[in-house]
Design a protein around this ligand. Sequence first.
Ligand code: SF4
Length: 487
Amino acid sequence: MKSFVSRICEQIEEHHGSPPNYVEVQALIQRFVKNNPEADPESIDWVSYYDPRLEYSEILQRLREAYPQYRWEEGEAGERYDEERYFQELYDYLLTQARDLPEDLRLRLVRELAEELGLPAVEAKRIEERIVERPPERPRKEVVVDLMMLAKYPWLPEGKQFVSAFSFEEVDERVYQRACERVLEAAEKGMVSAKLEDPLTEVLSYPTAVAIASYVTDRWLINRLALAEGRRAEKLLMVDDPEVLEFAAGKVLKTIQYIGDEYDPLRGYGDYKLRFDEYLKITTSVGLEREPRWKLANRVVYRGYVALTLAEVARIVRAYVQIAIRNVASSAAQSRGRLPARIRDAAEGIRPRLGEIVSKLKREITAIPADMPPCMKLIQQRLIAGEDVSHFENFAIAAYLLNTGRSVEDVLTLFSHRSDFNERVARYQVEHIAGLRGSRTRYRPPSCGKMLSLGLCVEAGKHCPRDIRNPLDYRLPKREVSNIEGG
Ligand code: SF4
């Protein structure tokens, strides 16, 4: 049963892009098996009917309607499921069964339970301590800052110090070639590759690329290079040793701390913590707070520190790299006249190709229909420009486009601008939103109220009809319609 539930949970996570509530899925499957001992649980399409946005009772209702031939009542006497009992089941499950689960699932359980029951963080921590046995600390690796390390992470203070011994006039032509390649990769794909076979060229080409982008003096290009270099850093950190990530984070984040103290109530919510003011400064500078999970209100905070997992630390470092490049490039752009001739020549050399890339993007952005609501227009522009767009925003724009006559292929073409675009996964998700899979329900975009609460409503709906409730109800104001019709 356990492996069956785990497999279904993995499939649900792949399908919806976020992990399901393990206990909830298990409760549904157990309920089915108990009520229908002769039936095969494989005959139920759990993945399509489970929706993390729905309440347990709503999912159950969907299953009842889809499979009326099976019994779905609780217990032999058909006793009704109620919320209190469900929570009790969760609590019992947590205390008796969690030891057999992998650690990440155990911790997730505690967090979810605390949220559902409204338990304060310290209380939840106490429950966790009763069931979680921490493995002995692993021996820690020593971090050596060598040329390879700097090639991967040239934005480290050690990298800056290293490159200060070279001048733009003296470096090898290969450095310029790689720097131009970095800028073009960023402009075209929103991602810079890591070419580590020639570490010296790789490390020196980083500041050279920033200088070239500064010379071009285009805000879009600077932001694009910052985003792409940030993504490169995050990707490399995620596959490196945790000690390297800790080392790098410690160099660039002033208040990051490893949660070593076993009595720290934040332990269990992440292995690291960052002071809330630094957390806020970084997340708001790159728009991360648009994603619900990064909003401070949704984080576990204790005595001014925000708990972070290892992957979240890598994401924060990525944001740091983005901000650092934007700052350096903007101030270098102001004194572009003083940049060396080789930088100027390299920038002029790639300008025609950059022009083609930008014109293509502009063409796509101006092709966005004028009658789209401002919120959807903005998400679409950001997707085309290759900016970070949250799962929620992806869902909203896909549901909006599909409900206004666009095809699955149209939506996939738009999503192909994402640097992490995976056609198989995206197609599955878009077809699900379109109602071509699973429950055959076509999803509507989120309401204006929901968009507003997530900071996705443009200027609090100033450009929309006053009584609008859903972006699907948006109509262009009459004045603008006649402007368009009149050319
Ligand atoms: S009011 Fe509604 S349609 Fe208009 S921008 Fe806000 S969320 Fe979008």
